[in-house]
Design a protein around this ligand. Structure first.
Ligand SMILES: Nc1ncnc2c1ncn2[C@@H]1O[C@H](COP(=O)(O)OP(=O)(O)O)[C@@H](O)[C@H]1O
Ligand SMILES: [Mg+2]
Length: 343
């Protein structure tokens, strides 16, 4: 019989293989439709992306504001349903789930192994609930353990995310916390179920510079502790470098380049990745920088022309870039894949 102090850790089964496999994933937002009439246009928020993240690996999704990062992240944890395409997660023993086929009950169960951390902690914490209730809620919803065991898990994760002294934090309300502490509560809440897969959506971008590095270090530490597979969304290449093994660069709903972090930063191939890197050198992740700015600005991807999405801003564009479809992401050396006809 296990005593109160040795509450069994109930965890969803481990992901193996490529833990996350995304295939031809697409999310369109119809606009301009009227009642009983089909929408005239669509915003192509995520436009046919494919990627893999191995078990325990980490991938940064990087790109300018509006390029589809948040939408892609939400699709990966089924907070949004895809227009088409697949998101597969592979559990230990080869069990594979495909998110579009999950029933309501299976989706609830899936939440136990996959969680998202948001940019704004208020997206996941209720201003009228205490720290304790906020962090305990996923355990209650998932019916994990008894009251004593839940309490123990909440206290333990509060220590781990440095919401200390725990006793003085437990009964506080979000408005009594600093921005950094609120994000720690949101992180504790997302991780208390010990998920196998975590999508973190710019969790430091709304925080004071002084607390950003602390939150990034916490995320790295928790990732290691949980041995979880991570997708980390950021507009900042320095943050991506600090946090992840691999980087996928997004532009107007497309992945234009993906590769190992250091190799990609040292030798960017796609003209967009090059432009990003020349616009911002990649130093210390604790330094604040504004969103990436490149000549031309990003158009909203409303019914984009079939040509290369980067055509209008590309300094290397040739005739084929305009006449051919957006190029497919094709594999180069060193696990690098690039969607460009000219390089
Ligand atoms: N619920 C929505 N309805 C309509 N358009 C949306 C919605 N959410 C996002 N978009 C649009 O989809 C595109 C991608 O948005 P988003 O995924 O939030 O990008 P990012 O996180 O990279 O800033 C943007 O053009 C945005 O305006
Ligand atoms: Mg976003």
């Amino acid at each position: 019989m296990s005593g109160v102090n040795s509450a069994p850790v109930e965890r969803a089964p481990e992901f193996t293989g490529p833990a996350l496999q995304v295939r031809n994933l697409r999310k369109l937002y119809p606009i301009g439709g009227r009642f009983f009439r089909r929408a005239k246009s669509n915003i192509h928020a995520v436009d046919d992306i494919s990627l893999d993240v191995p078990a325990g690996g980490s991938l940064a999704l990087v790109g300018e504001s509006g390029c589809g990062k948040t939408t892609a992240g939400k699709l990966m944890v089924k907070l949004l349903d895809a227009t088409s395409g697949e998101v597969r997660l592979t559990h230990g023993g080869g069990d594979e789930i495909e998110l579009s086929s999950l029933s309501g009950r299976e989706t609830k169960r899936f939440r136990r192994s996959a969680q998202m951390i948001f940019q704004d902690p208020y997206e996941s914490i209720n201003p009228r609930r205490t720290v304790f209730d906020t962090i305990a809620e996923p355990l209650v919803v998932q019916r994990v353990g008894n009251i004593r065991e839940r309490e123990e898990r909440v206290l333990r994760i509060m220590e781990q995310v440095s919401l200390t002294p725990v006793a003085s934090m437990l009964m506080r309300y979000p408005h009594e916390l600093s921005g950094g502490q609120r994000q720690r509560v949101a992180i504790a809440r997302a991780l208390v179920l010990e998920p196998r897969f975590v999508v973190a959506d710019e969790p430091t971008s709304m925080l004071d510079v002084s607390v950003r590095t602390g939150i990034m270090m916490l995320m790295l530490e928790m990732r290691e502790r949980l041995n979880a597979t991570f997708v980390y969304i950021t507009h900042d290449l320095a943050v991506a470098r600090y946090m992840c093994d691999r980087i996928a660069v997004m532009y107007m709903g497309k992945i234009v380049e993906v590769g190992e972090t250091e190799s990609l930063l040292k030798n960017p191939v796609h003209p967009y990745t090059r432009a990003l890197l020349s616009a911002v050198p990649v130093p210390d992740p604790s330094v604040t920088r504004s969103e990436i700015q490149i000549k031309g600005g990003v158009a909203r991807p409303v019914d984009p022309a079939p040509r290369c999405r980067f055509f209008d801003r590309c300094l290397s564009a040739t005739e084929v870039c305009e006449t051919e479809d957006h190029p497919v992401l094709s594999l180069r050396e060193e696990g690098r894949a690039v969607a460009c006809c000219n390089f």
